[in-house]
Ligand binder design. Structure first.
Ligand code: ATP
Ligand code: MG
Length: 313
C-alpha cells in the first residue's frame, strides 16, 4: 500500500460557521493504482487533494486523521519536510496550468528549477531531463525554449504533467486536469496518465466526470458533502453501485447509459457549514427513513466501502 488516508478531517472557518469540507474520509491507494475521486462541485474533492500534500491554508485546517504515505504519517511532518515530499515523492497537477506557470519564464527554465531544487544536477542536465519529460507527454523537446503563452491549453497541461513527473514521484495527484480542454485533448491527457500508471506510479484523478473515471480508473471514490460515501473497484461500482448517491450519479451521466434516459439528481448538495442532521444525502435520497436521521455507519468489506444505513455489502 502506498497511501492510507484515515479519518481525515479538513475544516474551513467561515462567517457562516465551520465548513466541514472533508469530514472523516478514509481509503487506501496501492502502488501503481489509478483512483478517481468523483462528486458534485463543492463536495470536497480539491480540499482532499490539497490535504494529502498539506497545502491547506487558513482559514482551512486539517483538524484530524492520518495520512500515511509510504509508511510515514505526513500529518506529523514539518513544512520543511513536506517540501521534500511535494514534487519529489508526490507530484501535483493543478486545474489551471496558467496560474501555476510563470508567464515570464521559459518552460525549460521553470522545469529545470524544480528539478535542481530536488536533485544534484547541472542546469544543462536539468534542461535535458526537462526535454525528455516533454517528449514523454507527447511534446517536442524544443518546447523548453517556449514561453507558456506560446502553447495551447492542452500543451500547457502536458507541461504541467511533465513537470509533475520530472522527479519521478510515486504518486501523481491531478485535480481536474482536463476540465478546460476539448474531448480529444482530454483523451490524450488521460492516455498520458494511464502510461504513468503503467510505469508503476499511483494516480489520484479528481474529476466530476463519472464516465471518464469509470473508463480510466481501477477504483473510484465517491464523495458527497465532505464524506466518502462509496469506494471500490471502478467496474463493481459502476455495474452495482451500493450507495443511493452513486446510483443517482450514474443515472445522471449520459455516456454510461446510452439507452437510458438521463435522470438529473433532484435537489442540491447541502451547505457544508450547516449540513442536515444524520445522513448528509438524506434530503435527496429516495431511500431515506427514520434511521437516516442518525449518521450512517461506514461499512468496509474487503476494500469496498459504503457509508449508508441501507447498504448491505
Ligand atoms: N478557502 C476556503 N474558505 C472557505 N471555504 C472553502 C475554502 N475552500 C473551499 N471551501 C469550501 O469547502 C468545500 C469544498 O470545496 P472544494 O473546493 O474542495 O470542492 P470540490 O469538490 O473540489 O468542488 P469543484 O468540483 O467545484 O472543484 C466547499 O463548500 C467550499 O466552499
Ligand atoms: Mg475542485
Amino acid at each position: 500500500m502506498l497511501l492510507r488516508i484515515e479519518n481525515l478531517k479538513t475544516y474551513f472557518e467561515s462567517k457562516r460557521g465551520v465548513v466541514k469540507a472533508v469530514d472523516g474520509v478514509s481509503f487506501n491507494v496501492n502502488r501503481g493504482e489509478f483512483v478517481s475521486v468523483v462528486g458534485e462541485s463543492g463536495c470536497g474533492k480539491s480540499t482532499l487533494a490539497y490535504s494529502i500534500i498539506k497545502l491547506i491554508n487558513p482559514p482551512g485546517k486539517i483538524v484530524g486523521g492520518r495520512i500515511i504515505f509510504d509508511g510515514r504519517d505526513l500529518l506529523r511532518f514539518s513544512e520543511k519536510e513536506m517540501r521534500k515530499i511535494r514534487g519529489k515523492e508526490i507530484g501535483m497537477v493543478f486545474q489551471d496550468p496558467m496560474t501555476s506557470l510563470d508567464p515570464l519564464e521559459k518552460i525549460g527554465d521553470q522545469m529545470a528549477e524544480t528539478i535542481m531544487e530536488h536533485t544534484k544536477v547541472s542546469k544543462k542536465e536539468a534542461l535535458e531531463i526537462a526535454g525528455r519529460m516533454l517528449e514523454k507527454v507527447g511534446l517536442p523537446a524544443n518546447r523548453i525554449n517556449y514561453y507558456p503563452h506560446q502553447l495551447s491549453g492542452g500543451q500547457r497541461q502536458r507541461v504541467m504533467i511533465a513537470m509533475a513527473i520530472s522527479l519521478n514521484p510515486k504518486l501523481l495527484i491531478a485535480d481536474e486536469p482536463t476540465t478546460a480542454l476539448d474531448v480529444i485533448v482530454q483523451e490524450k491527457i488521460m492516455d498520458i496518465l494511464e502510461s504513468m500508471k503503467k510505469e508503476g506510479r499511483a494516480i489520484i484523478l479528481i474529476t466530476h466526470d463519472f464516465a471518464l473515471a469509470s473508463e480510466r480508473s481501477d477504483k473510484i471514490a465517491v464523495m458527497y458533502a465532505g464524506w466518502l460515501v462509496e469506494f471500490g473497484r471502478a467496474r463493481d461500482l459502476v455495474e452495482d453501485p451500493l450507495h443511493p448517491y452513486s446510483k443517482a450519479l450514474i443515472d445522471s451521466v449520459p455516456d454510461l447509459w446510452i439507452d437510458k434516459k438521463i435522470k438529473p439528481i433532484p435537489g442540491f448538495p447541502p451547505d457544508l457549514a450547516n449540513p442536515p442532521e444524520g445522513c448528509r444525502f438524506r434530503p435527496r435520497c429516495p431511500l431515506a427513513d427514520e434511521k437516516c436521521k442518525r449518521e450512517p455507519p461506514v461499512v468496509d468489506l474487503e476494500g469496498r466501502i459504503v457509508k449508508c444505513w441501507h447498504c448491505e455489502v
